[in-house]
Design a protein around this ligand. Structure first.
Ligand SMILES: Cc1cc2nc3c(=O)[nH]c(=O)nc-3n(C[C@H](O)[C@H](O)[C@H](O)COP(=O)(O)OP(=O)(O)OC[C@H]3O[C@@H](n4cnc5c(N)ncnc54)[C@H](O)[C@@H]3O)c2cc1C
Length: 353
């Protein structure tokens, strides 16, 4: 079997890269081992244009947000499904200082922030310091996207559901072989597994574990994402996703008792409604030390590439940079320097190839 590109991994990165390469008329084989708990499968799917305690705009959001929205809309049409909805964050200020910071940002003219009528939420939630709204916030149904795209790849004989084994990959200057497959290039979109990839393990990854509870909260409106330290996000089957943690040090990728206890404490304090925890999810985010993705071909081995390192923002960054990477691979367009792996040329040249 001969294809233009082998893509390893079908999380949000492999999904958007394979979609873009196919759109560019290339042949693609995606190799993905179906696992229930990956970063993409347990993510809440929020695209929030502001971030952090100081509520600053996220990097390049003016370009990335409209681009991502349009990409999800195209996929909605192509996959004949619904993937995206406007679901603004209602920010319940945890302290007076956070309320003041929010008000200051509005006064400075931050167009993504606005006032919000808190009386809507009084019957459901306990809060003291008022609320603000982040507009627009997008909510993506990643599980529908991943499963529908996988089905489409299967129908086109473009998907192998198995574990990729690096030890049987043979890399040559202008092609690669893997078992019976020959490809011009192989691109790794394998999330945290790239940390062990012989070509890219020296990149400055910073794996970050995140957990979430899946909770039934009968009667809570599903109109908004609610945020007060933790977030309550509308999830599938009329349930809510409640999270998350950001752990830089951890021993495993499993749900922890500590997270469940702490999150339930916060929920009991915040909610005025009864709730029931029905599931507990955990996965490791493929984050990077300098909080920028890794995109591009290996400086020494031109037939091997990487599309990874989306950290906490895969939903917004993957659509934008998958398009850019496909354009780079197929048409030779240049990559945004902040994401191009060529910035690690010296580190990557130390690999024993
Ligand atoms: C709790 C939590 C909440 C989050 N919430 C959000 C959010 O609201 N918004 C947002 O933008 N981001 C969020 N994120 C971050 C987001 O999930 C990640 O940025 C994104 O999912 C990374 O996607 P990926 O495709 O790089 O990796 P992954 O999702 O890990 O996908 C990698 C794929 O490769 C496959 N694979 C790996 N190795 C092999 C192999 N050897 N052989 C075959 N297949 C292989 C895996 O099975 C998997 O399918 C969240 C993450 C977590 C953990």
């Amino acid at each position: 079997m001969t294809v233009d590109y082998v893509v390893v991994g079908q999380g949000i990165c492999g999904t958007f890269l394979s979609w873009n390469l196919l759109k560019q008329g290339k042949t693609v084989l995606v190799i993905d081992e179906s696992k229930p708990f990956t970063s993409s499968k347990i993510a809440s799917g929020v695209i929030n244009p502001v971030t952090g305690r100081r509520i600053v705009r996220t990097w390049k959001i003016e370009d990335i947000l409209p681009f991502a929205e349009s990409a999800y809309q195209q996929l909605e049409t192509e996959l004949n499904t619904s993937l995206i909805r406007h679901c603004n964050v209602v920010d319940f200020h945890s302290t007076l200082q956070m309320r003041d910071a929010f008000e200051e940002r509005i006064a400075e003219g931050e167009t993504y922030l606005k006032h919000h009528d808190e009386s809507n939420w009084k019957p459901y939630l306990n809060f003291i310091y008022g609320v603000g709204e982040v507009d627009p916030t997008l909510l993506i149904d990643l599980n529908i996207l991943l499963s529908k795209w996988r089905k489409k790849l299967c129908e086109q004989n473009c998907l192998l559901d198995e574990q990729f084994d690096n030890s049987v990959l043979h890399v040559f200057p202008d092609h690669v072989t893997y078992q019976h497959i020959t490809a011009s290039k192989i691109i790794f979109c394998d999330g945290v597994n790239s940390y062990n990839n012989p070509y890219f393990s020296l990149l400055p990854f910073a794996p970050n574990k995140g957990e979430a509870l899946i909770v039934d909260i009968p009667g809570l409106p599903r109109t908004n994402i609610l945020k007060q330290g933790i977030s309550i996000v509308p999830w599938q089957d009329d349930l809510f996703w409640v999270g998350s943690s950001f752990q830089w040090a951890f021993n495993d990728d499993k749900p922890s008792e500590g997270f469940r206890i702490k999150t339930e404490q916060s929920l009991r304090f915040w909610l005025r409604l009864p709730y029931k925890v029905v599931d507990h999810l955990a996965a490791v985010r493929p984050a990077t030390i300098e909080r920028r993705p890794f995109v591009g071909l290996h400086p020494q081995q031109n037939s091997v590439g990487i599309f990874n390192g989306m950290g906490t923002k895969g939903c917004s960054l993957a659509p934008y940079f998958a398009h850019e990477f496909a354009d780079h691979l197929v048409n030779g367009k240049s990559l945004t320097p902040e994401v191009d792996v060529q910035r690690f040329r010296r580190i990557l040249s130390q690999l024993p190839q």
